[in-house]
Design a protein around this ligand. Structure first.
Ligand code: NAP
Length: 239
C-alpha cells in the first residue's frame, strides 16, 4: 500500500525539498503551508507536481483539528513549519508567537495525527525539525532557540510515550541550510564566511541534504531508531 506522507511547512525551503523527495520515492504526499504567496507559487510550480498542497496554519488549533479530521491515512508526519524573527523575539508577543508555531505547531500536529499514525500498517513515523539552536544559544533569536530546544525534548518525550503505539518519533537537526529563512545570512558575506569557517564540510547545506536524512528516519532502515536527534550539518555540531 502506498505510504501517505504529511509535511508541514512543505511549500518552501527544507519542507518543500522533503515533500518532493518523498514524492520522487513513490509516496503520496500532502504538503501544508500558510495560505499566501508561497502556497500560491507552489501551486503553479512544476516542481510540486503530484503533491497535494493545502493551506494550514499550525498555530490555529481549530484549523489543525478540522484538517486532521479530513484525513484517513497518515503513515509519516514531518513537522517542518517554522518561523524566526531576529531581535524582535525580545518582545513578548513575538516570543510567544514563535514558540506557538515552532513548538506548539509541532505538538498540535503530532497529537492530531497520533491515532492515524498508530493505525499505519507499517508503523507510524514522525520526523520533527530541530536545529543547531537546539544545542547552542542564539543571542538574536531567544524564542527560536527555546522552541528548537523544546522540539528536541518533545521528540524524545513522545518517542518514549508512543513506542507502545508503534510510532517512532525522531528529529533532524539541520545545520546551515540555504533557504528563504537564512537568506539574510547568505546575503551577508562576512556572516556567511563565519558559518562556512565553522562548518567542516565548508558549504551551505541544501534542502535535499536534509530530505535524505528525513527519508531514512521515516523508512524501514530506521526500524529500531526512536528518540534520536540526527544532525545534518556538515559537521558543524562536531566542532
Ligand atoms: P522556510 O523556507 O521559511 O520554510 C518555513 C515554512 O514554514 C514555510 O513553508 C512557511 O510558510 C511555514 N510556516 C511558517 N509559519 C507557519 C504556520 N504558522 N503554519 C504553517 N506553516 C508555517 O524556512 P526553512 O529554512 O525551510 O525552515 C524549515 C524548518 O527547518 C523550520 O522549522 C526551521 O526552523 C528549520 N531549520 C532551518 C534551518 C536553515 O538553516 N534553513 C536550520 C535548522 C532548522 P510560508 O512560506 O507561507 O511562510
Amino acid at each position: 500500500m502506498t505510504r501517505q506522507i504529511l509535511v508541514s511547512g512543505g511549500t518552501s525551503g527544507i519542507g518543500a525539498g522533503i515533500a518532493q523527495a518523498f514524492r520522487d520515492a513513490g509516496d503520496a504526499v500532502t504538503a501544508v503551508g500558510l495560505a499566501g504567496p508561497d502556497l500560491d507559487a507552489a501551486a503553479k510550480d512544476p516542481a510540486f507536481r503530484g503533491i497535494d498542497l493545502k493551506p494550514l496554519d499550525v498555530s490555529d488549533q481549530a484549523a489543525v483539528d478540522a484538517f486532521a479530521a479530513s484525513l484517513t491515512q497518515v503513515d509519516v508526519l514531518v513537522n517542518c513549519a517554522g518561523m524566526i524573527r531576529r531581535m524582535a523575539e525580545y518582545e513578548m508577543p513575538t516570543f510567544l508567537k514563535v514558540l506557538d508555531v515552532n513548538l506548539g505547531g509541532t505538538m498540535r500536529l503530532c497529537l492530531a495525527c497520533k491515532d492515524l499514525l498508530a493505525q499505519s500498517g507499517r508503523g507510524g513515523a514522525i520526523v520533527n525539525t530541530a536545529s543547531m539552536l537546539s544545542f547552542f544559544g542564539g543571542p538574536a533569536v531567544p524564542a527560536y532557540s527555546a522552541s528548537k530546544g523544546g522540539v528536541m525534548q518533545l521528540t524524545k518525550s513522545l518517542a518514549v510515550a508512543w513506542a507502545k503505539d508503534g510510532i517512532r518519533v525522531n528529529a533532524v537537526a539541520p545545520g546551515w541550510i540555504a533557504t528563504p529563512l537564512t537568506q539574510a545570512l547568505q546575503d551577508d558575506a562576512a556572516r556567511s564566511q563565519v558559518i562556512l569557517d565553522r562548518t567542516p564540510m565548508a558549504r551551505w547545506g541544501t534542502p535535499a541534504d536534509v530530505a535524505k536524512a528525513v527519508l531514512f528516519l521515516a523508512s524501514d532502515q530506521a526500524d529500531f531508531i526512536t528518540g534520536a536527534i540526527l544532525p545534518v550539518d556538515g559537521g558543524y555540531a562536531a566542532m
